[in-house]
Design a protein around this ligand. Structure first.
Ligand code: UDP
Ligand code: MG
Length: 333
């Protein structure tokens, strides 16, 4: 098979309202990119949609063989859907883009210009996020600052998963098969020459966000635990702090007693110390649990997703695409 020059990977979860417009904008983009000579593909990953998105995509793919579809057996989540797309995208350059047109397809041209300058990863940085709620912007700002403070990989602030990667980067990413995936961090981790292009994040074309607060929080915890063990170390700092405080209080009590400065009222201070210590211990146990749970899920070595439908895709090359890692079979061979 001849490799396309450009692949676009699009995770789709209940985007039926947007798909016709997405189709128009994509085709306009590909027509505009004359240098491609029509050598492109789009890999839609249907992440268990139940609003007719799958049927719409199938219909488009019947008329356009360069539209390819991977259909999941259920909803596996945005980051896993991106992973499946990257597993099967064959292009010399691969762009990951949301289905809701918040990532304007027209920016791809700017990204390709950067590749011509010799960059391997071009991520889109949001100049204005006018369309998003104050809450989303504020939590995103806190999250990116937090994760940058806690990790050594340079995860760009205000960049989502909208990015272009050249094939070597995509091949490198395919080797990372961890269960809890924070794709933008993983792209930062693999390295290569990276740069940014700036764009205005538009409002969602139609429909609601598929990221309610619950998913956002899980995503944030995945991001931090995937790239940092600083939270585990907090137990040490907290312990040292509580220990020093106890010593100081002890010294103070000793002098009160020896110099006979009166009696120390006890109940309040004991209650405060006990509840502080107790909650600190529970919080630390919870953090330990987050990491241990991740070890448990990793050790099961389950596949990252189950795809039960494919359209217009070449048969899987068994080497990398779906095998989780190279290693002995279960019976040791
Ligand atoms: N998405 C997905 N699976 C999910 C949630 C979202 O494939 O479980 C897709 C969704 O269809 C969209 C992209 O991921 O193409 C980003 O989702 P959304 O726009 O809802 O997130 P937001 O932009 O609000 O952060
Ligand atoms: Mg969106």
């Amino acid at each position: 098979m001849i490799r396309p020059r450009l692949s676009v990977v699009i995770p789709v979860f209940n985007e039926a309202e947007t798909i016709p417009e997405l189709d128009r904008r994509l085709k306009a983009l590909f027509l505009g990119l004359a240098s491609l000579g029509g050598s492109w593909e789009t890999v839609f990953v249907d992440d268990g949609s139940h609003d007719g998105s799958a049927a719409l995509l199938e219909e488009l793919a019947r008329a356009e063989p360069r539209y390819k579809i991977i259909g999941f057996s259920r909803n596996f989540g945005h980051q896993i859907a991106i992973t499946a797309g990257l597993d099967r995208a064959d292009g010399d350059a691969v762009v990951v883009m949301d289905a809701d047109l918040q990532d304007p397809p027209e920016v791809v041209q700017l990204m390709l210009d950067k590749v011509a300058e010799g960059f391997d990863v071009v991520y889109g940085v949001r100049k204005r996020r006018q369309a998003e709620t104050v809450f989303k912007r504020a939590t995103a700002a806190i999250f990116y600052r937090l994760i940058r403070a806690m990790t050594r990989v340079e995860i760009p602030a205000d960049a989502g998963d909208f990015r272009l990667m050249t094939r070597p980067v995509v091949l490198a990413l395919r080797a990372l098969r961890e269960q809890h995936r924070f794709v933008r961090g993983m792209v930062a981790w693999v390295g290569f020459r990276q740069t940014a292009v700036y764009y205005d994040r538009e409002a969602r074309f139609a429909g609601e966000t598929k990221y309610p607060l619950r998913k956002m929080l899980r995503f944030a915890v995945d991001g931090i635990t995937s790239f940092s063990v600083v939270p585990l170390r907090m137990a040490t700092y907290l312990g040292l702090f509580a220990g020093s405080a106890a010593v100081l209080v002890g010294i103070w009590l000793f002098f009160v007693k020896v110099l006979n400065l009166g009696s120390v009222p006890g109940w309040m201070s004991i209650m405060v110390a006990v509840t502080f210590g107790f909650s600190a211990q529970l919080v630390m146990t919870g953090i330990l649990g987050e990491y241990i749970g991740r070890i448990y899920e990793e050790i099961k070595r389950r596949p990252l997703y189950i795809a039960n439908r494919e359209t217009n895709l070449a048969p899987i090359e068994r080497d990398v695409a779906l095998s989780r890692r190279a290693g002995p079979d279960i019976d040791g061979h």
